[in-house]
Design a protein around this ligand. Structure first.
Ligand code: GH3
Ligand code: MG
Ligand code: MG
Ligand code: MG
Ligand code: MG
Length: 316
């Protein structure tokens, strides 16, 4: 009559021995495992400790009734769902209504046949399986969403934050530094004579160079709120919150030293045999008038000056 199905662990709650034994016999003949509780408080304790797949619950018990137990179980589930089937000798419409209201999923009449119990469990099992599938699906969606989010905020060549992420963070930091009354420094960096690099060494070598510079920039971001991003092409942006102008310049000098030590070869730079970059820095304690666009424009002006003054330097 029964086709094999996955075994459930079933908590049988009843204050009387005989109904517990009958339920155990029926459940075990259906291939399920049984845990028993003989009073309401014990039922809640056993539920919390063993987390059964399903609860078969008597209504009339001393101290508390089955409705109370169902409520306690629902409160203890923490986002989970355990089917609760009431099994009672009293099964008038009012009893059934109260049982479902208390969180029960079905209300069965004592005595119950093994066949009927098996059928009711089968229906609950189907719901449990559907729920598991939905949970798995939503976990997959959550992961896919996180991957999309990661993709949408990162540059595929260098792995640095992209223009979108830079703009987003800059808006956030303007607001945050304004609230905190703290200085915010923004730098735009541009690799010197990169067109010549590409023309001489080829675009693939150029790409490798961009990745190497990106790695140095990322490593140079020491504070948790610092951000390095690829603004576009061979241009990068740094967002340095809580950093005054002097701090930003110290940071910039350290960056130029690091780049110098890394000694990335430039095949055709009038400056020398190594890759160099120029940077423009702007600093302010943001107020109502401060905009991301304004800061980037000022950093770009400073960058232009650094280029004009001979490159391989920062200007602020
Ligand atoms: P300057 O010192 O004035 O900045 O000179 P430059 O040659 O670096 O500046 P320009 O703006 O004339 O050229 C930038 C070059 O950067 C041209 C472009 O081909 C190269 N470039 C931009 N994005 C990429 C990229 O993703 N990969 C490679 N290999 N090259 C890129
Ligand atoms: Mg009872
Ligand atoms: Mg450029
Ligand atoms: Mg350049
Ligand atoms: Mg240029």
């Amino acid at each position: 009559m029964q086709t094999p199905q996955e075994a459930l662990s079933v908590l049988v709650v009843d204050d009387q021995v005989m109904p517990r034994l009958l339920a155990r016999a029926a459940l075990e003949s259906l291939g399920h495992r049984v845990i028993e509780a003989s009073n309401p408080t014990q039922a809640v304790q056993v539920f919390i400790e063993h987390r059964p797949d399903l609860v078969l619950l008597d209504v009339e018990m001393p101290q508390h009734d089955g409705y109370w137990v169902a409520q306690q179980i629902r409160a203890a589930e923490q986002g989970g769902w355990t089917p609760i089937l009431f099994l009672s000798g009293r099964h008038g419409d009012e009893d059934i209504w109260r049982g479902i209201e208390a969180g029960g999923d079905d209300f069965l009449a004592k005595p119950i046949t093994t066949t009927l119990l098996g059928a009711k469990l089968r229906a609950m099992q189907r719901l449990l399986m559907m729920r598991a599938k939905l949970l798995q699906r939503s976990e997959e969606l959550r992961l896919a969403n996180a991957q999309l989010q990661q993709l949408s905020l990162h540059d595929s060549l260098t792995g640095l934050f992209n223009r979108r992420a830079i703009d987003e963070r800059l808006h956030q930091e303007i607001a945050a530094c304004r609230r905190e009354g703290q200085p915010l420094s923004v730098a735009l960096l541009d690799i010197d004579h990169f067109k010549r690099f590409n023309d001489k060494a080829g675009h693939l070598a150029g790409d490798t160079c961009l990745k190497q510079v990106a790695k140095l920039l990322e490593e140079a971001c020491l504070r948790p709120r610092d951000l390095a991003g690829r603004y576009g092409g061979e241009e990068f942006a740094l967002i340095l919150p809580l950093t005054p102008r002097s701090g930003a310049m110290t940071y910039a000098r350290a960056l130029l030293r690091t780049l110098h030590r890394a000694a990335l070869a430039h095949p055709d730079s009038p400056i020398g045999p190594q890759v160099t970059l120029s940077g423009g820095i702007t600093t302010c304690v943001p107020d109502e008038a401060t905009t991301a666009e304004g800061l980037l424009l000022r950093a770009d002006d400073a960058l232009y000056n650094a280029k004009r003054k001979g490159r391989n330097r920062f200007f602020s």
